[in-house]
Design a protein around this ligand. Structure first.
Ligand SMILES: CC[C@@H](C(=O)O)C(=O)SCCNC(=O)CCNC(=O)[C@H](O)C(C)(C)COP(=O)(O)OP(=O)(O)OC[C@H]1O[C@@H](n2cnc3c(N)ncnc32)[C@H](O)[C@@H]1OP(=O)(O)O
Ligand SMILES: [Co+2]
Length: 134
């Protein structure tokens, strides 16, 4: 079961410029910047209640973020749901007929394990599952 919206991922071209924009939007500074080399991204996070905004810029040409921006421009890239047991959620979703982009949870930013579902299976929305690392 999905517990909450853990974060909303926004694809941006220039992380520093976007940090400044979202500092004004949120009325607060980002609390963290973290590169995730395996995804070819650099991220920054803003708190919003129990959820977060994750800004993502691509660090390589073939990063999902760089490809997304060149095809569709900047904007909302994914919605991440917090779950207690990511492996159980992967299996539940597969049993419902959804395509998981990784069947084995992988390291994400901000101390999480993550998995993604294909956007074409969820009305054009890339869904991320997120579990706290123990
Ligand atoms: C920082 C770590 C982590 C965290 O801790 O939070 C992250 O958030 S990492 C975020 C970046 N990583 C990922 O997105 C990994 C999962 N994504 C993928 O595996 C791929 O991006 C993809 C979704 C499978 C698409 O890859 P690919 O098929 O190679 O690219 P295409 O450009 O050909 O896209 C095919 C098709 O899908 C549409 N698309 C792509 N991305 C999205 C998206 N984010 N939302 C909605 N739709 C998307 C794309 O437009 C193509 O559709 P058509 O144009 O209709 O063909
Ligand atoms: Co994310």
């Amino acid at each position: 079961m999905m517990k909450k919206i853990e974060h909303i991922g926004i694809a941006v071209k220039d992380l520093e410029a976007a940090n400044e924009t979202y500092r004004k939007v949120m009325g607060a500074e980002h609390y963290k910047t973290e590169a995730v080399e395996s995804e070819g991204v650099i991220t920054s996070f803003f708190k919003v209640g129990e959820s977060k905004i994750e800004l993502l810029a691509g660090t390589t040409e073939d990063s999902p973020i760089s490809k997304f921006i060149s095809k569709r421009g900047e904007g909302i890239h994914h919605i991440a749901f917090g779950v207690d047991d990511i492996q159980a959620e992967i299996e539940r979703l597969q049993n419902e007929g959804f395509r998981l982009l990784n069947e084995i949870p992988k390291p994400g930013a901000d101390n999480k394990l993550v998995a993604f579902m294909h956007p074409k299976d969820a009305n054009g929305v890339l869904v991320e599952l997120c579990q706290d690392k123990e």
